[in-house]
Design a protein around this ligand. Structure first.
Ligand SMILES: [Zn+2]
Length: 344
């Protein structure tokens, strides 16, 4: 079968790889019908050292179940399923607490002999705990929005939960990538009154406004902090969704949280230490967040997508076939595209 393999920074290729197949009795074999390129795929795209064998890529996909292991009970052949970006058993102590990212039997696609999602098929471990059946056909118009449930919509929602977003709250979203944009949806959903998007790309800002952003701050650094304070009676916001992960974005996030506020971070931190820790301390700012347990959120968001209340699939502004994936990486890396959808 054919699949996406990264051999080093800027070097993504479509290669012939061994066919995906069942190994464990808890596996499902899924033929991929839609997949996506993730903002987090761009970190190795910028920095990965050359590798002779390469690394299988992709962790966001929808597909049709082609075979199941003897112990699989909740999905069956020909079901259309969405996969969260990690697999998990759904039964261990952490999964039962809704923290599937810490599953005792979980793991990542593209590692430990598990296929990546940007390929023709995937062996999905822990199928019962991982996969969610979708009650639509493979060519349904909702497919882009359903695909966001595998990562970006759930990740934006996780940032909102970690930042204590709720009715009447003021919110700032740091980062105008797909996760930040979904964070706007996630902030509006429970009734935030003011949603400030920090970003500078006109296409992304326009989409943020469609999703419910009330204000735009395009300045950076200290100027952005001043601007957010101006928009919030000088105090800053109750809730900040940090969707970037860089030192400057985290510094900005902590600087625009009002005293007693909270920062929910879902941008993978690129530094070991956290900036502005004294500021956060003296302002009693809660810092929370981490990798989003999106599996815990899929069922909650399914009705919203199926009944058209939210349309997170609008973050996809480019569609490619498998052969177009290397150029899709380039386009996302150069900010030509917000997010790339792969059709099989
Ligand atoms: Zn678990």
């Amino acid at each position: 079968m054919r699949a996406t393999v990264m051999f080093g920074a800027g070097d993504v290729r479509i290669e012939n790889v061994p066919d995906a197949r069942l190994i464990e009795p808890t596996d499902a074999l899924v033929a991929v019908s839609r997949a996506a390129i993730c903002g987090s795929d761009l970190w190795p795209y910028k920095t990965m050292e050359h590798s002779e064998t390469g690394h299988r890529m992709g962790h966001e996909f929808i597909g049709v179940v082609e075979a199941v292991g003897a112990d699989v009970r909740t999905v069956k052949v020909s079901d259309l399923v969405v996969a969260p970006f990690l697999y998990s058993d759904g039964t261990c102590v952490f999964c039962r607490e809704g923290l599937h990212t810490s599953c005792l039997h979980g793991g990542r696609y593209g590692w430990d002999g598990v296929d990546g999602g940007q390929g023709e098929a995937v062996r999905v471990p822990q199928a019962d705990g991982t996969l969610v059946v979708l009650p639509v056909g493979t060519d349904d118009a909702l497919m882009p929005s359903l695909l966001t449930l595998s990562d970006v919509m759930g990740t934006g929602h996780h940032a909102a939960i970690a930042a204590n977003v709720g009715p009447g709250k003021t919110v700032a979203v740091v980062g105008d990538g797909a996760v930040g944009l979904c964070g706007v949806i996630a902030a509006r959903r429970p009734g935030a009154v003011q949603i400030i998007i920090l970003g500078r790309h006109s296409d992304r800002i326009a989409l943020a406004r469609e999703f419910g952003a009330t204000d735009v701050v395009s300045e950076r650094g200290e100027e952005a902090v001043v601007r957010v304070r101006e928009l919030t009676d000088g105090f800053g916001v109750h809730s900040v969704l940090e969707c970037v992960g860089l030192e400057q974005s985290m510094h900005t996030a902590l600087s625009i949280a009002r005293p007693g506020g909270a920062v929910g971070r879902v941008g993978v931190p690129q530094d070991e230490s956290m900036p502005a820790s004294q500021l956060a301390f003296y302002n009693n700012v809660t810092v929370s967040g981490g990798p989003a347990p999106v599996r815990a959120y899929i069922e909650e968001f399914l009705p919203d997508v199926l009944e058209g209340r939210i349309e997170p699939g609008c973050v996809f502004d480019r569609v490619v076939r498998l052969d177009g994936v290397p150029d899709g990486y380039r386009a996302m890396n150069e900010r030509e595209a917000i997010k790339v959808l792969i059709e099989f």
